[in-house]
Design a protein around this ligand. Structure first.
Ligand SMILES: NC(=O)c1ccc[n+]([C@@H]2O[C@H](COP(=O)([O-])OP(=O)(O)OC[C@H]3O[C@@H](n4cnc5c(N)ncnc54)[C@H](O)[C@@H]3O)[C@@H](O)[C@H]2O)c1
Length: 358
């Protein structure tokens, strides 16, 4: 296959025969991303559950799901025995839901995997004790432009990658999420966690992390919303995340992209969802090789939201069905993303190296 063919043949992981889904939580992200993605992927949702029964029923009606209920027991009874569970509730509610699922079930858990590393370890403990085949919904890895980046790299044309940066300068209206107003940890736990997981998916666990995360004087009552996180992968790789979520001077000067450099080429993937939020821009994918032809655009088949959600659910289903050998965002991998988040907060709290005496 030539490069054009390679880039036209990229698709997200999916099972040969999809299973039904029991969705637990019927809030904003389920409405905006999970259900539209599953409709697009042809995944059938058997039941929607929410502690707020009316919310589950309303959403079920809107997306033609047969059952909307406030009872996990009722949903389990109603759904096929091999249904996959999809939990999308605030992190604090996850440990009370998992014990209610049948032992050995397949379950996708929304990020973050708990609000702290201690909560992540508790979630891991419950999953292990119940023999759950569990993955965390770190779906950015499966965004269509990120899959293009992966395919181009796998083709070998870029040579060895030695540089990766995630760069955001955007305005995020945090007031849209009331639960964040009291969150002791904000930006890294809720946003950069995606970028940390993405970086780990390329380079594995870093040797160490240096970070500084700060509050914005524009939102003094919120926890930190701007961060720089540097990953130590040795002396020949530069890898960092740089996020400013309070740059509100004009949408034209906002930026939100991941950029990689290899010995023979570079690529850049725009994450349009963050731009001019909540209006957004489309995702895109550009690359340049040492062929004198400059930067080229490759066609992108969709956006992070909702398309990447097809891949996170698809990869879990492909794994439990035996169609895939690995589960990329398994609970055992996701815990390392949570450890990296923890390391970033610890580094920020500890501070850097003070100036040596003269
Ligand atoms: N992957 C992503 O990119 C992404 C994006 C947005 C939100 N999220 C995460 O998804 C989760 C949900 O976010 P949201 O925006 O939908 O929030 P939301 O507040 O709109 O919805 C949460 C829903 O969960 C329900 N709920 C709470 N406890 C429950 C329980 N014990 N059993 C059943 N239902 C319960 C609530 O009634 C509510 O309807 C959060 O953890 C959030 O961090 C992830």
């Amino acid at each position: 296959m030539n490069l054009e063919e390679i880039l036209h043949n990229v698709s997200e992981p999916k099972p040969k025969i999809p299973r039904s889904i029991v969705m637990i939580g019927s809030g904003g992200i389920v409405h905006d991303a999970h259900l539209p993605a599953y409709a697009k992927a042809g995944f059938q949702v058997a039941a929607l559950v929410d502690v707020n029964r009316e919310r589950a029923e309303t959403l079920a009606k809107k997306f033609n799901v047969e059952l909307g209920t406030d009872s996990i027991v009722e949903a389990i009874r109603f759904a096929p025995a091999n249904a996959v569970f999809d939990v999308a509730v605030p992190a604090k509610a996850i440990p009370s839901i998992l014990p209610q699922l049948p032992n050995g079930s397949a379950v996708l858990i929304q990020k973050p995997m708990g609000d702290t590393l201690a909560e992540a370890i508790e979630i891991q403990r419950i999953c292990r004790a119940k023999g759950l085949v569990a993955a965390v919904n770190f779906q950015l890895r499966f965004a269509p432009n990120m899959l293009l980046a992966r395919a181009l790299t796998a083709s070998g044309v870029l040579g060895e990658l030695h540089d990766m940066e995630v760069s955001l300068s955007v305005h995020m209206p945090w007031e849209l999420w009331s639960f964040l107003s009291a969150a002791p940890r904000l930006e890294i736990t809720y946003h950069s966690i995606h970028y940390i997981d993405l970086v780990r998916s390329w380079f594995g666990n870093p040797n160490s992390v240096y970070a500084k995360t700060v509050r914005s004087p524009r939102t003094p009552n919120l926890a930190s919303t701007k961060s720089v996180i540097v990953f130590d992968y040795g002396d020949d790789k530069r890898v960092f995340i740089d996020t400013n979520h309070s740059h509100d001077f004009s949408p034209q000067k906002q930026r939100s992209f991941v950029q990689w450099e290899g010995m023979n080429g570079a690529m850049r993937a725009q994450m349009g969802v963050n731009l001019n939020y909540p209006i957004g821009e489309p995702d895109n994918f550009e690359y340049a090789l040492r062929d004198g032809e400059g930067w080229k655009q490759a066609p992108v088949t969709g956006n992070w939201f909702p398309d990447a959600f097809m891949g996170s659910m698809g990869s879990l289903q492909a794994y439990v069905q035996g169609d895939a050998k690995t589960l990329p965002t398994s609970i055992e991998d996701a815990i390392d993303t949570m450890r990296t988040v923890e390391a970033a907060y610890l580094s920020s709290a500890r501070g850097g190296v003070t100036l040596p005496v003269e």
